[in-house]
Every structure is written in structure tokens, then in C-alpha cells.
Design a protein around this ligand. Structure first.
Ligand SMILES: [Zn+2]
Length: 260
């Protein structure tokens, strides 16, 4: 079930109504970058020994540099070293800081090692397909209530309540995800695996546009070799940067404010 609705809060439509000056949102000013996993939580481990928690941190630090230097955005990482951090705490950090945008960086794992390529997700209560559901179960971790609810969990009341925080941002999250996915596809040059939706714990409480990016499959030998290469990780950071930069332009237009 897709939750994106064209009737979601639409600042650009409001801006064209009537003669009263709309409340103009300022352009995109700040972003929180979330390197997935950390500490005891290694995330997916590739056959070449590469750990997801290290890949995500390295790309996040590279991306922080690009976003700060080239866009002048305020930028914070949820973690800047190897430490344990609960998913809920990651979103809380972004909310408490009042960030305009949230991006969680992960690398995928799947039992079929032939599957490869980037995927970008935004939130929904139910997954857009079986693989998306598996990704959410794996990324949410063993302690998550969706993971422990059995083989076919229904969203619990807690999920639905938390979901409200992100619901009003789904249209923008979708736009942001599309731009990031297109930018990552330029790097991989394989058939697009597409933008998907799934109930990721780390996204559901976010009070700003929020996406989760899987920068390839560590379970795939080619992707794992790419992710082991610092030059490729830099190019992935640059691809994510281009997606953020493009969204900044859209964000300003959506808000009825000129890009700045
Ligand atoms: Zn992950």
C-alpha cells in the first residue's frame, strides 16, 4: 500500500491561492546523516570481511564533508565513531536538533548473492514487496516489535502513532528518495532496483523528510568489492550529495521560497 497522497500538505499549492502572502518556509538549512548500525551491531558482513557498520560510517563522514563544504548546510551525524546506538535514538537526535532532512545510510544483505545494486526507501506501514519487507526486518534488528511479532506482523498501535510523525512528510520523502536513487543508478549502471517503501524503525518517528539508502549489497561479491574501495565510497558519497543538492532545489520550490 502506497501512502503517498497528492493531497498531502502542499505548500506550493497554498502559495498560489489568494493574495495573502503565504508563510514562507526557509530553504533547506540542515541535515542529519545516520550511519547505520555500530558497536556490537555490525550489520551485514560481506564474504570479504567488510562490515556494514564501517562502510556506512565512512560514507557518512565523506558525505558530511561534501554537504558542509559545497552546500553550506548545517550537518550532524548520529554517530561519528564505532558505537552502539538504538534506531529510535537516531531519529530523536534529528528531531531534537530540528533538522530539515534525515538520511540513514545502510548496505544490504540477501541470501541470493546475485542480487546487487542500490535501493532507496521511504516509510510505509507495510512493505512494497517481499524483499523490502525482509530489508526492514533485518535493519530494524532482533529487538524491534515488528521483527518479534511473528512471520506476518501487522503494524502495532505504537507503529501507527509513530507513523504520524512521518506521514505528513511522505511526499517530500518520496521526492528525495527518487532523486537519490537516480543519482546512485548513475554510479552502478545496472537496471534500476527502484524506490521502495517499508516499515523502517529508524524512519517512522522522523519529523522531517526522511529516507534510508542501501548503498549496494554486501552479500554480492561485486558490490562488496566496490564498497571495499575508498574511491568508490567517495563516489557514492558524491552521488548522495548530488541527490541532496537536487532535493534542496525542490525543497525551496515546494516551500514557495527561492533557492538560496
Ligand atoms: Zn543496515
Amino acid at each position: 500500500m502506497l501512502l503517498v497522497s497528492p493531497s498531502n500538505r502542499d505548500a506550493s499549492a497554498a502559495a498560489s491561492d489568494g493574495e495573502q502572502a503565504p508563510v514562507v518556509r526557509e530553504g533547506l538549512r540542515s541535515i542529519v546523516i545516520d550511519p547505520g548500525h555500530g558497536g556490537q551491531a555490525t550489520g551485514t558482513i560481506a564474504a570479504n570481511g567488510l562490515q556494514e557498520k564501517a562502510v556506512t560510517l565512512d560514507i557518512a563522514i565523506r558525505l558530511r564533508e561534501l554537504v558542509y563544504r559545497r552546500l553550506g548546510l548545517q550537518v550532524q551525524l548520529t554517530r561519528d565513531r564505532d558505537l552502539d546506538l538504538e534506531n529510535v535514538s537516531r531519529t530523536e537526535k534529528a528531531n531534537n536538533w530540528g533538522a530539515d532532512l534525515f538520511i540513514s545510510i545502510h548496505a544490504n544483505g540477501f541470501r541470493q548473492t546475485g542480487v546487487r545494486g542500490p535501493e532507496t526507501y521511504f516509510l510505509s506501514a507495510s512493505a512494497s514487496d517481499a524483499e523490502a519487507r525482509e530489508a526492514a526486518l533485518r535493519e530494524n534488528g532482533p529487538d524491534d516489535e515488528l521483527s518479534t511479532a511473528g512471520a506476518a506482523p501487522e503494524p502495532g498501535i505504537e507503529f501507527i502513532l509513530w507513523d504520524l510523525a512521518q506521514t505528513q512528510h511522505l511526499r517530500e520523502s518520496s521526492l528525495f528518495a527518487e532523486g537519490l536513487q537516480a543519482s546512485l543508478n548513475d554510479l552502478w549502471r545496472i537496471p534500476d532496483r527502484g524506490v521502495k517503501q517499508a516499515p523502517f524503525t529508524v524512519l517512522r518517528g522522523a519529523t522531517m523528510p526522511a529516507v534510508l539508502v542501501e548503498v549496494g549489497y554486501l552479500s554480492n561479491p561485486e558490490d562488496a568489492a566496490m564498497l571495499a574501495d575508498p574511491d568508490v565510497r567517495q563516489r557514492i558519497a558524491e552521488a548522495l550529495f548530488r541527490g541532496i543538492s537536487a532535493f534542496r532545489e525542490q525543497y525551496a520550490v515546494l516551500a514557495g521560497a527561492p533557492p538560496n
